[in-house]
Design a protein around this ligand. Structure first.
Ligand SMILES: C[S@@+](CC[C@H](N)C(=O)[O-])C[C@H]1O[C@@H](n2cnc3c(N)ncnc32)[C@H](O)[C@@H]1O
Length: 369
């Protein structure tokens, strides 16, 4: 049962993450809100946008993502029901604590790659202060603010290239935001924290977080939501660990050095083999997950209409597991590639026969008034 009387905040935080569904809430309102479910697993949680939306609908949510930094974001915004990190405490996290010895791993390792020298030193201090924060939810909020401040300072909001020079070059450009790049880190941190504090709420449910490979995560819920990495038609896939390795390192600060692959200039984490990095393997991995989710009443899949597998293949996969399928979509333009396409949500309902004109059952409390 949804908790009576809770009042969700009006907005989710603004994230800067490839594939974040924060702009797709209208699509989910149409596709998923009318469904009859009490609990959900968000298996590829990312920024937690979809988990947070489910939470705002009063559902019991489990957020999962294989990246530790994403799990921190899920902890701050989904699991966390009440903790806020007040600005006075936050200010203390931004300066060295008297008498404490600090490692300078970022300054020593990444000098000149992503940030200015004083920014590297700032990140070193804040990462260690936040990690020492004893309260799990306050710590996660601190990490969230640090991640966002770092992302905002990066060309394309990514760490896939050692391209600090792009930020510093004094030329007109069609991307990025020079004013944000020049804002002090402290201000970006405090702004991000204020947004996150506002997004915290209690929906009366015990919402949880895990950091597991999707193929190993339990799927016991009424609705299993899948938003896997997208593989393009030409077979190329965005590698999330490569794009965001620096944020993963902030959470694994003490072991960061062991994880780096020094053959590359941007010093990413050593690659892990992943079934979500090629079309054929993704197809098989999705099939395995859909089969494993057999006790869930609904399996919902977000994907783009120009990827591998195709939308029709994913529909077939859901039907092959005895589910009826309804397709929802919205058109989108992709800023970096200047392309237009459609974002699709497929809803596969177990054992429901779909007759024309009666596409799905709608719980009475969710019927539109
Ligand atoms: C398209 S994004 C999800 C975006 C998310 N729905 C949101 O709104 O922010 C895909 C996510 O899958 C995660 N991921 C990639 N491989 C994974 C795996 N093997 N197991 C679990 N998560 C994985 C990535 O870290 C990334 O956050």
């Amino acid at each position: 049962m949804s908790a009576p009387g809770f009042d969700p905040p009006a907005r989710f935080v603004s994230t800067r993450y490839q594939g974040s569904k924060q702009r797709s809430f209208d699509l989910f309102e149409r596709a998923l809100r009318p469904l009859c479910f009490e609990s959900a697993v968000d298996l590829f949680g990312g920024t937690g946008a979809v988990s947070w939306l489910f939470k705002s609908w009063g559902k019991r949510v489990h957020f999962n993502d294989c990246l530790r930094w994403c799990a921190e974001v899920g902890t701050a915004l989904v699991e966390n029901a009440a903790t806020r990190l007040d600005p006075a405490r936050a200010e203390e996290l931004l300066v060295p604590l008297a008498g404490r010895r600090y490692d300078d791993f970022v300054a020593r390792t990444f000098g000149g790659r992503f940030f200015l020298p004083e920014e590297d030193r700032f990140i070193d201090v804040v990462a260690q202060n936040v990690a020492a924060e004893p309260d799990r939810h306050a710590r996660a909020l601190g990490f969230y603010a640090l991640f966002q401040a770092c992302l905002k300072k990066r060309p394309f909001n990514l760490f896939h290239r050692a391209n600090l020079a792009v930020r510093l070059r004094d030329v007109p450009r069609s991307f990025g935001n020079k004013a944000t790049w020049e804002s002090p880190f402290e201000r970006l941190f405090l702004e991000a924290l204020a947004e996150a504090n506002e997004a915290v709420f209690d929906n009366g449910q015990d919402n949880t977080v895990s950091c597991l490979d999707a193929l190993a995560c339990p799927l016991e819920a009424d609705l299993v939501y899948l938003d896997p990495p997208y593989v393009r038609r030409d077979g190329a896939a965005f590698d999330y660990l490569d794009g965001y390795h620096f944020l993963e390192g902030l959470v694994e600060y003490d072991r960061w050095g062991e994880r780096i692959d020094r053959r590359y200039k941007h010093l990413p984490f050593a690659r892990r083999p992943s079934p979500f990095s090629s079309g054929a393997a993704l197809h098989e991995a999705l099939r395995e997950i859909v089969a494993r989710a057999k006790s869930a009443r609904y399996v919902a899949v977000s994907y783009r209409d120009d990827g591998i597998p195709s939308i029709e293949q994913i529909e077939q996969m859901l039907r092959g597991e005895g589910r009826s399928v309804v397709r929802f979509s919205r058109s989108v333009s992709y800023a970096l590639s200047h392309r237009k396409g459609a974002e699709v949500v497929l809803v596969g309902e177990r054992g429901a026969s779909v007759s024309p004109g009666r596409r799905r059952r709608v719980a009475p409390e969710n019927r539109r008034r």
